[in-house]
Design a protein around this ligand. Structure first.
Ligand code: TLP
Length: 341
């Protein structure tokens, strides 16, 4: 199987499994797991934040950020296709008790002037704006890199209005590698950051959230409340350390493979590439190829290729650690075959 459904599907390689086996562990709820502590220190240093926390998933990281930053009855501003809005089962409303105000972005980037206009004023009828969320890279915009200048401008709006900014950086390292910008630069325009170890970086489990020491103290408490205090969890942090030490640079292979795949698919009559393919995600419009999204996904599966529907007439292909250059050629040949049939 060539699995292009997501970059979440990668399996830990031998180095990671060895590191898991050999990991020194302790009770992380007491702060005594040396492997977790090392991972958190590494992540905080990479992001230029005071402290960091290992959490179970990207969703948990984003939700903890909401819980720390917001009070029930507040409103959170984010882009209308944000993962937190579309794919986290309304967790922000369920846990933090907030409502979400969406802004349509361009390639995942919100216009700072529109963000400013969306900030609530002093009116008894209105909620307070409790948080602004940015997503980088932006999944629904096809792994688009939200430009640093855009993040800076939104951060300025936020600071002028005394509102914290959270970055859903599930794929922040893809943004960093693609734009040749140190991850710290992106983190500079945020009060909290979440990034995933278990996507392109190839670890089997986990995310990091980072911010000020005070933010992480509160985040640690919320993680415990949510049942995310995981005892001898160094066995899961160990592959995260390998991910940060060895797997960041290799994201450029995923990006190159995505570019090649997009070129190959674009040349097939009936298919249109919808996004600029900045990183590892390709969105393909199949409305002119005579197949429904379900039929397209199903037929590719019959040819040992896994993809996913990602909106009306749209198929998402995500390159990842398990995909090599040769696979790209195979996929193009097989897609051509089913589209022509
Ligand atoms: N994204 C998954 C699905 O949930 C759609 C994927 O296959 O792309 N933020 C962003 C931007 C994400 O893309 C994801 C996962 C998350 C947060 C949540 O991470 P996890 O799955 O670790 O909870």
């Amino acid at each position: 199987m060539i699995d292009l459904r997501s970059d979440t599907v990668t399996k830990p390689d031998e180095r990671m499994r060895k590191a898991m086996y050999e990991a020194e562990v302790g009770d992380d709820v007491y702060g005594e797991d040396p492997t977790v502590n090392k991972l958190e220190e590494m992540a905080a240093a990479l992001l230029g934040k005071e402290d960091a926390l290992f959490v179970t998933s990207g969703t948990q990281g984003n939700q903890i950020a909401g819980l720390v930053h917001c009070l029930p009855g507040q409103e959170v501003i984010m882009e209308s296709q944000a993962h937190i809005f579309l794919y986290e089962a309304a967790a922000l409303s369920a846990f933090s008790g907030v409502q979400i105000k969406t802004i349509d972005g361009e390639n995942g980037a919100m216009n700072p002037a529109e963000v400013e206009a969306a900030v609530r004023g002093e009116d008894i009828h209105q909620p307070e704006t409790g948080l602004i969320c940015i997503e980088n890279t932006h999944n629904k915009a096809g792994g688009a890199v939200v430009p640093l200048e855009n993040m800076e401008a939104i951060y300025q709006v936020a600071k002028q209005n005394d509102i914290p900014v959270h970055l859903d950086g599930a794929r922040l390292f893809n943004a960093s590698v693609a734009s040749k910008t140190p991850i710290k630069e992106f983190a500079k325009y945020t009060d909290s950051v979440q990034f995933c170890l278990s996507k392109g970086l190839g670890a089997p489990v986990g995310s990091i959230i980072a911010g000020s020491s005070e933010f992480i103290t509160h985040a640690r408490k919320w993680r415990k409340r949510l049942g995310g205090g995981l005892r001898q969890v160094g066995v899961l942090a160990a592959p995260g350390i390998i991910a940060l030490e060895e797997n960041i640079v290799r994201l450029q292979n995923d990006h190159a493979n995505a570019k090649h795949l997009a070129e190959g698919l674009q040349a097939i009559e009936g298919l249109t590439i919808k996004n600029s393919v900045d990183t590892n995600i390709i969105l393909v419009d199949i409305s002119n190829c005579g197949l429904s999204t379900d039929a397209f996904v199903h037929q590719l599966k019959n040819h040992d290729i896994l993809t996913g529907a990602f909106g009306p007439n749209t198929i998402r292909f995500v390159t990842n650690n398990g995909i090599c250059e040769e696979d790209i050629g195979t996929v193009v040949v097989k897609v051509k075959k089913i589209v022509k049939a």
